[in-house]
Write a protein that binds this ligand. Structure first.
Ligand code: HEC
Length: 113
C-alpha cells in the first residue's frame, strides 16, 4: 500500500522545484509591483495622468539604494508633482514589505532607466 505514496510525494516535490522562490514565499520585483497594483498609476515608459512612468522614476533616483530609501523613510518625494497625495496613500504598502521584496521591487523599477 505504501508504495502508492512514493510517486505522489515525488510529484509534489517536482512542483516545488518547478516554481523556484514561491515555496519560500519570495516574490520577484515584477510580482511585487503587480500585487501592490503600482501599475495602475505607473506604466513602464509613458507618463499617465495619475503618475510618473517607471523610466522617469528610475532616472530621477539613479540608484536602487536611493529608491529603497524613499520606500522606507516615511514620505519624502524628490520629484516635482502636484499630485503628491496620491502617492502618499501608497506608502504603507511599501513600508509593510519585507526587506527582500522591497529590494526586488526597487531592482525592478531601476531596470527601466
Ligand atoms: C493612486 C495612484 C498611485 C499608485 C497606485 C502608486 N503611485 Fe507612485 N506615485 C503616484 C503619483 C501621483 C506620484 C507623484 C507624486 C510625487 O511623488 O510627487 C507618484 C510617485 C512615485 C515615486 C516617486 C516619488 C518622488 O520622489 O517624487 C515612486 C518611487 C513611486 N511613486 C513608486 C510607487 C510604487 C512602488 C507603487 C506601488 C506600491 C506606487 N508608486 C503606487 C501615484 C501612485
Amino acid at each position: 500500500m505504501r508504495v502508492f505514496f512514493v510517486p505522489i510525494i515525488a510529484f509534489v516535490c517536482c512542483l516545488c522545484f518547478l516554481q523556484p522562490g514561491s515555496a519560500a514565499g519570495e516574490k520577484s520585483g515584477a510580482e511585487v509591483f503587480e500585487s501592490l497594483k503600482c501599475g495602475v498609476c505607473h506604466k513602464p515608459d509613458v507618463e499617465v495622468p495619475a503618475g510618473f512612468s517607471l523610466a522617469q522614476i528610475a532616472k530621477a533616483y539613479q540608484t536602487k539604494d536611493k529608491l529603497v530609501e524613499f520606500m522606507t523613510s516615511g514620505f519624502n518625494p524628490i520629484m516635482e508633482s502636484e499630485k503628491k497625495g496620491m502617492m502618499k496613500g501608497q506608502m504603507s504598502k511599501l513600508t509593510a514589505l519585507g526587506k527582500e521584496e522591497r529590494e526586488a521591487l526597487a531592482d525592478y523599477i531601476m531596470k527601466f532607466k
